[in-house]
Design a protein around this ligand. Structure first.
Ligand code: PLP
Length: 343
């Protein structure tokens, strides 16, 4: 296999086309059968497809890493499979069986192995999609579904050390409402965040913090990442009420912090409480952990520490998590999933 035409040192979080993709299709009432690996390329779709008319679609995001043990691993891929199943239930799509999901992810990583960055240079980002691809005119579940995966090499989120981000609490927009689809990775949840996010960036912030839609009081998420803060030695994160996406990084951090002996509290986190904390960070697959330097609400800005130095626990958790992912530390939680054939 020839070497991938990539400058590993200048990778960012952006799209590079790779060699192969995976596609499986099923009719609405038929069981899923394993799909096939095809050369990466454009797909053709009906103009009346459920996904492009009514947003009947989900995505997932995960990473494959080359590790210290000289092999390629995924991180808790079963959790991505299960989350996509819960999303499929919510959007009335046939859930992809976990075994087909995992097998598809493994095949995609194996077939695109030359695109996996060397250890420390980044990861192969894996993007599974499930959508209603069949034509439907009225608002109803599509007659046919497509489960698809593509992959792309991405760089480490932080080059030359972690940098703190400055965030703006959104005062006019909400991400998700009770009873809606905020708790699943429904594609329709993301476009409405683009305008607030762009506006915040134009004003010099890295991202917006969304408050809850009912009382406009409690922190929900940071763009598409989960929120944590440390106050008086206790780690707080907003509880999963159905409007917050249950991040796999979030769950891993809760377990790691408890394992380290910290008390972790999942409850409603008031904006004012978050702004009085000693440390704050957000987390997700893409950034892993991003330390927060400051939060602005209206005309008030609070800075954590000097606004530029990540908190002590933030760094500790970042190191603990990435050392498991890179197989530098022992995987006592059973989180890493070696990719067969790349061991
Ligand atoms: C994907 C996502 C996250 C992070 O989830 P991970 O499983 O940790 O990658 C957090 N919030 C939103 C809204 C997301 O879409």
């Amino acid at each position: 296999m020839s070497e991938a035409p990539v400058d590993w040192d200048s990778l960012t979080f952006s799209m590079t086309e790779t060699d192969f993709m995976y596609i499986a299709k099923t009719a609405i009432d038929a069981p899923w059968a394993p799909g096939e690996i095809l050369p990466y390329g454009n797909i053709s779709i009906s103009p009346a497809a459920g996904v492009i008319n009514y947003g009947q679609g989900l995505f997932e995001g995960m990473k494959a890493y080359r590790t210290n043990a000289g092999r390629v691993v995924l991180f808790r891929p079963e959790e991505n499979a299960r989350r996509m199943q819960r999303g499929a239930d919510r959007l009335k799509m046939p859930p992809v069986p976990e075994s087909i999901f995992i097998d598809a992810v493994e095949q995609c990583v194996q077939q695109n192995a030359r695109w996996i960055p060397p250890m420390g240079k980044g990861a192969l980002y894996v993007r599974p999609l499930l959508n209603g691809s069949g034509p439907i005119l009225g608002v109803a579940p599509a007659p046919e579904y497509t489960f698809m995966i593509y992959v792309t090499p991405v760089g480490p989120y932080f080059k030359g050390g972690m940098s703190c981000i400055n965030l703006l609490i959104s005062d006019h927009h909400h991400r998700a409402a009770p009873g809606g689809s905020g708790g699943v990775k429904a594609i329709g949840n993301y476009a409405p965040g683009m305008m607030p996010s762009k506006n915040a960036k134009a004003a010099g912030y890295a991202e917006v913090i969304y408050l809850d839609a009912e009382e406009h009081k409690y922190v929900e998420e940071v763009g598409a990442a989960n929120f944590f803060c440390l106050k008086d030695g206790v780690l707080y994160t907003p509880e999963l009420t159905g409007t917050i996406l249950p991040g796999i990084t979030r769950d891993s951090i809760i377990q790691l912090a408890r394992h380290m002996g910290y008390e972790v509290v999942e409850e409603k986190v008031e904006a004012g409480f978050a702004m009085s904390a000693e440390e704050a960070f957000c987390c997700g697959t893409a950034a892993v952990i991003s330390p927060i330097g400051s939060i602005t609400l209206g005309d008030k800005t609070v800075t954590y520490s000097d606004g530029a130095t990540p908190g002590e626990l933030t760094l500790k958790l970042y190191n603990a998590l990435t050392n498991i992912q890179n197989e530098v530390d022992e995987d006592t939680f059973g989180w890493v999933h070696p990719v067969p054939g790349l061991e």
